[in-house]
Design a protein around this ligand. Sequence first.
Ligand code: SF4
Ligand code: MG
Length: 333
Amino acid sequence: GEPVLSVRDLKTSFFSQRGEVQAVRGVSFDVYPGEILGIVGESGSGKSITCMSVLRLLKASGRVIGGAVDFDGKDLMQLDEADLRDIRGNRIGMIFQDPMTSLNPTLSVGEQVIETILRHRQASRAEARARAIELFELVRIPSAAERLKSYPHEFSGGMRQRVMIAIALACDPKLLIADEPTTALDVTIQRQILGLLRDLQQRLGMAVILITHDLGVIAEVTDRIVVMYGGLVMETGPVRTIFATPRHPYTQGLLASVPDLRDDSHQRLTPIPGAPPDMAHPPAGCPFTARCPHAMAQCQAALPPLFGDTQAARCWLHHPDAPRVPGVNEVAA
Ligand code: SF4
Ligand code: MG
């Protein structure tokens, strides 16, 4: 079918007196109805900036300098602010890592849900309140009607995240963008929230973009993934295929740094030796060259394209003429 969201060659930079920082350097991906797309990468890889660019929520020093984002037949990069506001929080829901920064501490949570509904829908207060109760039940907040009166600080971190999900779902979005939604939570609560997201996604049939640095999260709930590094897509494909046979040395490094994804530890990505590239002066070639165990002369000289289709990897080793490297472009012995 048709993608819900189509991102094409998106480029975003931040500008300061010190110059330009190229945070996103030409990112393309599609999100289809009813799927959870994971965007994974270390901090600074450009994954959050990509999604903030899609919603045009960049802070003042950031600017989308190229590309197109098709949502519902419209290029979000071309819309005026009023149309965008209508899409944000209405057709596209958003949740972030720390619900405390997104919730208003001086308003009851019920009031915040009701306000969101009234901002986007023709409804009476009573109808909005009834909908708010329905939403609290949907995200499994016990004693929903009662809890509408509570203030954010009266909730636990996990319950606050449920409130944020309720607000994000208030207007039945076609797409939900969740940026590190469980990072601040302990493992048990994290698992409950992920289960809830998966369940809601299936029941409501929406598409979800889940941004995370946590491969455990990715393994648990996503259908397809985009692996980002240095502001670029390094590998993309179905999550099972990539976990079974990663084709990009960076993805391989990420997966190797997690001892066992089936255990409950939800380990964070242990950084691969070396540091990510300086995005104020991104390398001309493959951004992973300095850390890659297989780097060749070609890698420094030119940026590789994405090789492959269903599973694609941005690595010169997948060029038809590349030398054979067991475990990367050849089955390991
Ligand atoms: Fe490594 Fe070269 Fe592939 Fe980059 S292009 S990941 S440096 S082998
Ligand atoms: Mg981030």
